[in-house]
Design a protein around this ligand. Structure first.
Ligand code: ADP
Ligand code: ASP
Ligand code: MG
Length: 415
């Protein structure tokens, strides 16, 4: 008998039928003798609907109140799933984030989990109940409802698995595992039986939304056994995130391709080239709580310098405003402009540590397709490029083929 955390995402609980289907899966695992804690997301589309509603009230919704609204989606699904389980004779009890005392810091809409009280859950499990916990939410150290950032139910599930020392955390979603790239973009993408934790961290942070990055970080920190599986198909072992590299395996240079369409580029040109300029520009951006991704500084004309950096598309207008109003007037020259229509494509693989020339092969492939590279950044196991967003799908497909990542065709996804 094992203690297993199941997590079901939005599509998997997207209709009453799907919720009943989840109940059947949970009942089956229970019948096999396992203790089960289930984390659920809001029904698909619900969180987006709530975000839109909030924006109808305020251009920049008050963060505390936004979390009050956003957390309601998950509250509906926990109750519905508990009913569906009871209806088929399985005893279950639902909890919101605050009820299980999933405590977070105070950064609304992107709160970090600080602690979890497992007492109630353990008592219910001991009584043979299935415990159902609302994903994506917690209670802040100030006693307010908080949410964990989009896709945050994955993180709730892994954090609960860590707190309960569960034998496995199973993330059930609308694909049957982690693929070499998003199978929606490249139908030839191949499911991987295993992917290393290090590679998964990179893939998630570079845009593969199959797992929220923080969930992978948590799994690494607390050594949670983490698996991605399909909630829509029966059978299959999905993809296990492993901590060990398989030494027997002939390692391909590139394991997967990630992409991110939600980036925008900011340029600050013709700035006097003197010490402290990068700090003046990027310090102000950081003070406005805007995360910067890639940064490039080039020599400009006549003793000036040019900066380019990328931010999340949602922060694009705000970044321009901060620079125009707070920074440029104090720089003694320079002009700001931006480009919201860019995308980032990244190749990831532990094999890049030992294979030389992988980045060059990436650039060659993009050159053959006539795709211009606007920015580049590399680290030990990844290379990322920024390109015009209209070339994104072409770039991903071409790179997927160039690095030999296709496998047998995967079955059409049931969505
Ligand atoms: P959930 O609602 O279950 O949390 P998400 O939509 O957040 O599901 O994540 C699953 C989706 O992630 C898939 O439908 C797929 O399109 C996308 N995805 C992106 N990259 C990958 C990848 N490398 N492998 C599998 N799925 C991926
Ligand atoms: N419902 C939240 C979202 O849509 C959390 C999640 O699904 O993981 O982002
Ligand atoms: Mg998700």
């Amino acid at each position: 008998m094992a203690l297993i955390v199941h997590k079901y995402g939005g599509t998997s609980v997207g209709s009453p039928e799907r919720i009943k289907n989840v109940a059947k899966r949970v009942a089956k695992a229970r019948a096999e003798g396992h203790d089960i804690v289930v984390v659920v997301s809001a029904m698909s589309g619900e969180t987006n609907r709530l975000v839109a509603l909030a924006h109808e009230m305020q251009e920049h919704p008050d963060p505390r109140e936004l979390d009050v609204v956003l957390s309601t989606g998950e509250q509906v699904t926990i109750g519905l799933l508990a009913m569906a389980l009871k209806d088929i004779g399985v005893d279950a009890k639902s909890y919101t984030g605050w009820q299980v005392a999933l405590k977070t810091d105070t950064s609304h809409t992107k709160a970090r989990i600080e602690s979890i009280d497992d007492e109630k859950m353990r008592a219910d499990l001991a009584e043979g109940k299935v415990v159902i916990v609302a994903g994506f939410q917690g209670i802040s150290s100030e006693g307010n409802i908080s949410t964990l950032g989009r896709g945050g139910s994955d993180t709730s599930a892994v954090a609960l698995a860590a707190a309960l020392k569960a034998d496995e955390c199973q993330i059930y979603t609308d694909v049957d595992g982690v693929y070499t790239t998003d199978p929606r973009v490249v139908p030839e993408a191949r499911r991987m039986d295993t992917v290393t934790f290090e590679e998964m961290i990179e893939l998630a942070s570079l845009g593969s939304k199959v797992l929220q990055i923080r969930s992978v970080e948590f799994a690494g920190k607390y050594k949670v056994r983490l698996r991605v599986l399909s909630s829509l198909q029966d059978g299959g072992n999905g993809t296990l995130i492993t901590f060990e590299e398989d030494d027997n395996m002939e390692r391909a240079a590139v394991t997967g391709i990630a992409f991110d369409k939600n980036q925008a580029r900011i340029n600050v040109r013709g700035v006097p080239d003197k010490p402290g300029v990068a700090y003046q520009i990027l310090g102000a951006v950081a003070d406005a709580n805007i995360e910067v991704d890639m940064i490039i500084q080039n020599v400009g004309a006549q003793g000036t310098t040019d900066f380019s950096f990328t931010v999340n598309q949602n922060d694009f207008k705000r970044t321009l405003k901060v620079l125009e109003t707070e920074v440029v007037p104090g720089l003694g020259g320079g002009e700001v402009n931006g480009d919201p229509l860019i995308a980032k494509v990244s190749i990831v693989g532990l094999g890049m540590k030992s294979h030389a020339g992988i980045a060059a092969r990436m650039f060659e492939c993009l050159a053959k397709e006539g795709i211009n590279i606007r920015m580049i950044s590399t680290s030990e196991i990844k290379t990322s490029v920024v390109i015009e967003d209209k070339y994104l799908e072409l770039a991903v497909r071409a790179l997927h083929a160039a690095f030999g990542l296709e496998g047998e065709a995967v079955e059409e996804k049931v969505v």
